[in-house]
Design a protein around this ligand. Structure first.
Ligand SMILES: [Fe+2]
Length: 484
């Protein structure tokens, strides 16, 4: 492995005992280019050609208040595969806020767990006082990587392979772009939404394969809401109004306290992809962070995602003092998300719901070529109890109900694992799950590939990475044909 280290960035972060600034959440501050990565075990397959991109959250400066892991700056990690060889790079995303804090040599914005007045400059996004750190999500659209923020920020673009910074997506509206934009690999379109504290509170848009904004429309809501993700089918997009959002009275005093609003249902908006009449459907109250996929089945829209049984969990008594509330909202075993199916009948207006698996799981992935289309396999992560860390994967066969699982072992933590389809494959599970693994036993990181059809067999290859990665949130796979 050849490693080139880039000039260091300015950091003022001091050691602390914060549970999300240590261990597998220790921020990584160096940027490198590494070529011809070494294999620890197995052989790099020569039947995939493309890139795995992962967004992680790395705090650079001493926080102004109480750090929350979603406050960290975006770092994109890229591993490319071709002809049985692998290269790696990582870069911070040069957002306006990253640049401003580099120039100041200090934090300028408070975080999610802080009062709004802590920020020294006007903030961004739906919240309005936060740093736009673009650190939540990453997709590839129109040949570019797009890094986005869950509170709605600017869409930052990078060359997917060199990670050269390419500035802000020019089509981004004033209310920004939420994380969880969706790419339809069949049409090359990108679907997105944003939300805000001012009417109409929600917008939906489409950008075509040539990077032109073709649809942008309001989806009026009764007030400010906190949708985290959207889904799409071949002809429709699905947005949501869930009963977990900022308390109205506190929000009037600029206090951002999220609570479950008893008595309100979950509501889903079914929108024709390129605009038109919005159909609303009601369902059992819950909160959902992530959807796995959606598709059309006769008159019905089928939507799979993770139904939270306890959207407003009790504080975790076991957590370090002062972090009880934060750690409950980061612990899946506290809010208990479960794989769930909603069916919205366009003919009758009725909703049907069904639990697909009773285990706690989240952060679902599937073969991107089947996104928006009928699909069979959902791949979810299993988390470490008490922590926002992934310790393994579950595969659900949604036709037969059969499941398979793989667990990494003590002290080893994965990243979200999309499918890299084999070259020329047609079968949905003919490919590899790709994941970065951080190993706390050895203080190293590696990339693993699991056979999507036999993930219980463990990695087909383990590839050494040049440094230990910090944990984060989302990742994607892009075939070479989508990058060139
Ligand atoms: Fe997310």
């Amino acid at each position: 492995m050849k490693v080139e280290r880039l000039p260091p960035i300015v950091s003022t972060l001091k050691p602390s005992n914060h549970p999300y600034l240590n261990g597998p959440w220790t921020p990584l501050l160096e940027e490198v280019n590494a070529s011809d990565l070494d294999v620890i075990e197995g052989k790099i397959p020569d039947d995939i050609d493309g890139l795995y991109l992962r967004n992680t959250e790395n705090q650079i400066h001493q926080p102004l208040g109480r750090f929350h892991p979603f406050d960290g700056d975006a770092m994109i990690h890229m591993i490319s595969f071709r002809d049985g060889r692998a290269n790696y790079r990582n870069r911070f995303v040069r957002t306006r806020c990253f640049t401003a804090e580099q120039e100041a040599g200090a934090s300028l914005w408070g975080g999610l767990a802080d009062p709004a007045h802590l920020s020294l400059r006007p903030g961004f996004g739906a919240h309005g006082s936060l740093k736009d750190n673009a650190s939540t999500d990453i997709v590839v659209h129109a040949g570019k990587a797009l890094s986005t923020f869950y509170q709605c920020g600017e869409g930052y673009r990078l060359d997917p392979e060199t990670l050269d910074q390419q500035g802000v997506a020019p089509w981004g509206p004033l209310d920004g772009i939420s994380a969880h934009t969706q790419v339809d690999e069949h049409t090359g379109e990108l679907m997105f939404f944003n939300y805000s504290k001012h009417a109409p509170y929600l917008h939906y848009g489409v950008v075509d394969r040539d990077d032109r904004l073709t649809t942008y429309m309001p989806i009026p809501l009764p007030g400010p809401r906190l949708p985290h993700a959207m889904a799409f089918t071949e002809h429709y997009s699905i947005l949501n109004d869930l009963p977990m959002f900022w308390d109205k009275d506190l929000l009037a005093r600029n206090v951002h306290a999220v609570r479950l609003h008893e008595g309100l249902p979950s509501r889903f908006a079914i929108v024709p992809r390129h605009g038109g009449e919005v159909r609303w459907f009601e369902a059992e109250p819950t909160y959902v962070l992530h959807w796995v996929n959606a598709y059309e089945d006769g008159d019905e829209i089928v939507l799979d995602g993770y139904f939270q049984e306890e959207p407003m969990p009790k504080p975790r008594r076991e957590a370090p003092s002062g972090y009880e509330h934060m750690m409950a909202y980061l612990d899946e075993y506290s809010f208990r998300p479960k794989l769930h199916r909603w069916r919205f009948d366009l003919a009758t207006g009725r909703t049907r719901e069904e639990r697909l698996d009773d285990r706690v799981m989240e952060f679902g992935m599937m073969n991107g070529r089947f996104a928006g289309r009928k699909y069979r396999y959902a791949f979810s992560t299993i988390s470490e109890p008490g922590w926002f860390l992934f310790k393994g994967f579950v595969r659900n066969d949604l036709e037969t109900g059969a499941t398979k699982a793989f667990t990494l072992g003590a002290g080893r933590y994965a990243s979200e694992a999309p499918i890299a389809p084999r070259i020329g494959s047609t079968r949905e599970d003919d490919g590899y799950l790709v994941s970065f693994v951080t190993d706390e036993n050895t203080a190293t990181s590696e990339c693993i590939l699991l056979d999507a059809a036999h993930l219980e067999d463990g990695p087909v290859v383990r590839i050494a990475l040049p440094h230990k990665l910090c944990s984060g949130t989302h990742a994607c796979w892009a075939d070479r044909t989508r990058v060139a």
